[in-house]
Ligand binder design. Structure first.
Ligand code: 9WN
Length: 429
């Protein structure tokens, strides 16, 4: 069994502890990623958390996703944060008064941000259904998932080359990844007028820098002041990047939508075709045969961003990825991301930007390990088992922290972090 290396009583304790975290983070309609640092609903967190709820609280798992999609914009975009009206503005920066979603014509009733996150929700909905079958849920969420993809397809392919673009590092979910250093350097930094709240909860040297935040806020302000429109991105926006994790999530979502469509009597074919097309485009445009890794591409300069980010391994979740490319990625995962020894670091050790405790610049995260596990299950079952065991051992050793030192497994960031608990539960079951 996957859990053979960990003693049985410890496994039971770990399962109970994970359920306790998810119960404490549940608000009645959705989960917060963390009661302290992230007191609202986050888009891709909710997808991962739903997966962990499905095994023991399936009604909550479905509600988690449906609550998020209740805040979907009329143009199909699923906002990266849905703000809870009961949480004070000062609790998180930038909050609803910054994003001013209500001024945008397509915005929903709930206050939200105006940017998105990796579309891992179709994958999550399908996994929730596999763990707790419910076709009525699939029928309800399917058109919303299709609209989410449609937004990305029609609004977020500015270069016309089939790659989906992100317009903010927050959209990647890996905010201060070294992959964004070069494109961000071209973004003018403006002094912050608001106080950062994150560093009241977590040590500043485990978070992005003030300079990063100045640029994050400048970019978000520009996108907001342009009415959250996407029609002139290449001419007017300062950060337009194709990220391999985001594009892989988009492609894997089409594959999951094909499964969902087949299950509810719909037509899987257009989804399968789109999944294949995205995979082909990604191999053509983002795979770097010298590094054996997918790289992000700056769509403003046309240049590949030569950075060893774990995001470049995530295309393993694409079912149609050619076997030789998958083998090369697996070789990279083993040799440069050390997956025989533990969880993959967010950025390969040895690179010039590596920092073992600073957020997405080196620490290991459970969600990227889970995505890799998911991508390896059909291809290299023994490596997938190893990764599942590592997730279990790291969280059993250090608790459900937000991220971990990739060598010592020391926990960093906030405690009782939702997806660390949720995805541990998923690989335990
Ligand atoms: C900005 C909630 C989110 C995650 C992201 C992670 C972090 C936010 C922040 O927290 O981002 O969206 O305030 O730093 O980078 O992946 O979804 O857990």
């Amino acid at each position: 069994s996957r859990t053979a290396t960990v003693a049985a009583p410890a496994i039971d304790d770990l399962r109970e502890a994970a359920v306790r975290v998810l119960s404490a983070n549940w608000t009645g309609t959705h989960s917060v990623p963390s009661r302290t640092l992230y007191p609202h609903q986050w888009s891709w967190d909710s997808a991962f958390i739903a997966i962990g709820l499905a095994g023991w609280a399936p009604e909550r798992a479905r509600r988690e996703l449906l609550t998020l999609f209740d805040a979907q914009w009329r143009d199909g975009r699923v906002p990266h944060i849905v703000f809870s009206p009961s949480v004070p503005e000062e609790a998180y920066f930038p909050g609803p008064a910054f994003w001013r979603s209500h001024e945008a014509p397509a915005a929903p009733r709930a206050a939200t941000s105006g940017i998105v996150q990796p579309p891992v929700h179709a994958l999550a909905a399908w996994r929730v259904h596999q763990l707790a079958p419910d076709r009525a849920f699939l029928r309800e969420i399917y058109p919303r998932l299709v609209a989410q993809q449609e937004y990305l397809r029609t609004h977020r392919r500015p270069a016309g080359d089939g790659l989906v673009a992100i317009v903010h590092p927050w959209e990647s979910g890996m905010d201060n990844s070294p992959a964004w250093d070069e494109p961000l350097a071209a973004v003018p930094a403006e002094p912050l007028r608001e106080r950062r709240r994150d560093i009241t909860h977590v040590a500043p040297d485990e978070r992005p820098t003030d300079l990063d935040y100045q640029r994050y806020v400048a970019l978000a302000t520009a996108y907001r002041d342009g009415g959250y429109r996407d029609d002139r991105l290449l001419d007017e926006h300062a950060f337009v990047v194709a990220d391999p994790l985001f594009n892989a999530a988009y492609g894997a979502a089409e594959a999951a939508l094909a499964d969902i469509a087949a299950e509810i009597g719909g037509d899987p074919c257009p989804h399968l075709e789109e999944a294949e097309a995205v995979t082909r485009t990604m191999v053509d445009r983002l795979f770097d045969p010298a590094r054996n890794l997918f790289l992000a591409r700056d769509l403003l300069t046309g240049k590949a961003l030569p950075v060893d980010s774990v995001a470049g391994l995530i295309p393993l979740i694409l079912p149609d990825l050619p076997g030789d490319i998958a083998d090369r990625l697996i070789d990279t995962a083993v040799t440069r991301f050390g997956i025989y020894a533990g969880l993959p670091p967010s950025y390969a050790p040895g690179g010039p930007a590596f920092e073992r405790a600073r957020y997405w610049r080196g620490p290991a995260w459970v969600n990227t390990a889970w995505l890799l596990w998911h991508g390896l299950r059909q291809r290299r079952a023994e490596l997938a088992t190893l990764l599942a065991e590592s997730i279990i051992r790291v969280t059993a050793t250090s608790g459900f922290r937000e991220y971990f030192d990739p060598f010592t497994w020391e926990g960093h960031g906030c405690h009782d972090f939702g997806w660390s608990a949720a995805l541990t539960l998923d690989v335990l079951d």
